[in-house]
Design a protein around this ligand. Structure first.
Ligand code: HEM
Length: 161
C-alpha cells in the first residue's frame, strides 16, 4: 500500500470510529430516554418527583448530545470532503439532509422547551413543566425515528444500487 493510501485509510478509520460512537451516544440515548426512562417515570413518579428528575437527566444528556452533534458533523464532513473529495453517493447526501433536520430540531428543543422547563421546575409550576416535557418528548421521538433511519442509511447505504 502506498504511504498516501495508508494515511487516507487511517484517517477514514478514525473518522468512521468517531462517527459511529457519536451515533451510538445520541441515538441510543434517545431510545433509552423514550422507551425505558419516560415510561417508567410516568407510571412510578408523581409530577413533583418526576419533573425535577427529568430536568436533571436532560441537564446531563444534552451536554453529550451537543458533543455528539459536533463530532458527527466534523467527522462526517471530514470523510465527505477530506477523504472522498465530495464524490459520494446519494445516501450520504440524504444522511446530511436528515442530520441537518435533526440538528435544527435539537437546537430548537434545547433553546425553547428545555430552557422553559429549567425555569418552570424551580418555580414548582408542574403544569407548565409537564407541557414543556410533552414538547421535548415529541421532538425526541421524531429525532429518534430520523436518527434510526440515518444510522441505517449510513451503514447499509453502500450496499444499495
Ligand atoms: C444524526 C446524524 C448522523 C448519523 C446518525 C449518522 C450515522 C452514520 C453511520 C451509522 C455511518 C456508518 C459508519 C460505518 O461505516 O460503520 C455513517 C457513515 C457516514 N456518514 Fe453519517 N451520520 C450522521 C450525520 C452525518 C453528517 C452530518 C455527515 C456529513 C457529511 C455524514 C457523513 C457520513 C459519511 C461520509 C459516511 C461514510 C459513508 C460510507 O463510507 O459509505 N453523516 N453515518
Amino acid at each position: 500500500m502506498s504511504d498516501q493510501r495508508s494515511t487516507m485509510t487511517t484517517q477514514l478509520a478514525i473518522a468512521i470510529a468517531l462517527h459511529q460512537l457519536a451515533t451510538v451516544v445520541w441515538v441510543g440515548g434517545m431510545f433509552f430516554a423514550h422507551f425505558a426512562l419516560r415510561q417508567s417515570a410516568q407510571t412510578r413518579l408523581a409530577p413533583p418527583q418526576r419533573l425535577p428528575l427529568l430536568l436533571a437527566v436532560f441537564n446531563r444528556f444534552f451536554v453529550w448530545v451537543w458533543i455528539a452533534v459536533i463530532v458527527l458533523w466534523a467527522s462526517g464532513l471530514w470523510i465527505f470532503f477530506g477523504v472522498y473529495d465530495g464524490n459520494m453517493r446519494w445516501y450520504v447526501h440524504v444522511m446530511m439532509g436528515l442530520a441537518l433536520v435533526m440538528t435544527a430540531l435539537f437546537a430548537y428543543l434545547y433553546f425553547v422547551p428545555y430552557r422553559a422547563l429549567a425555569q418552570r421546575v424551580p418555580a414548582e409550576d408542574w403544569t407548565g413543566a409537564a407541557q414543556h416535557v410533552g414538547t421535548i418528548r415529541r421532538i425526541i421521538l421524531i429525532n429518534l425515528g430520523l436518527g434510526l433511519v440515518t444510522a441505517m442509511l449510513g451503514s447499509a447505504g453502500r450496499y444499495l444500487q
